[in-house]
Write a protein that binds this ligand. Sequence first.
Ligand code: RB5
Length: 151
Amino acid sequence: MKVGFGCDHTGIEMKAALMEHLKAKGYECVDYGAYDAGDGKVDYPVPGKKVAEAIRSGEIDKGVLVCGTGIGISLAANKVQGIRAAVCSEPVSAALATLHNNAHIISMGARIIGIEMAKAIVDAFFDAKFEGGRHAKRVQMIMDIEDEYKK
Ligand code: RB5
């Protein structure tokens, strides 16, 4: 599986640790920035949009995002049509984001959780499989809401 990573200035260290963690497990990892502290302050909508667009275009399969809270960057990613990003601070929600919501992206807050928790969260997210069935109907209902607002 090909996984894209994005973060703002608050998430550089966590993103690097998560990329290393998933690479060691055999995932192909693509970095969409921010790359290092030399990038200065990076507005989280930029990497959030980049990773979501890469999923939409088929360049990558899934995404991992990090900002201070995980909230802003996930909100940006969720604005890209067809993309579902979930903010999680513990592994149970992360597993359910895949099992029930078929989320494309897991988003975390570098100011909220530690790196070991973030590793457990990505493991739970990627180890789970979408259950389909009644959950597929509900996910489709989410996407139908988006379609209602298409111009
Ligand atoms: C940056 O200071 C901070 O606002 C950002 O990382 C994030 O927490 C936004 O949701």
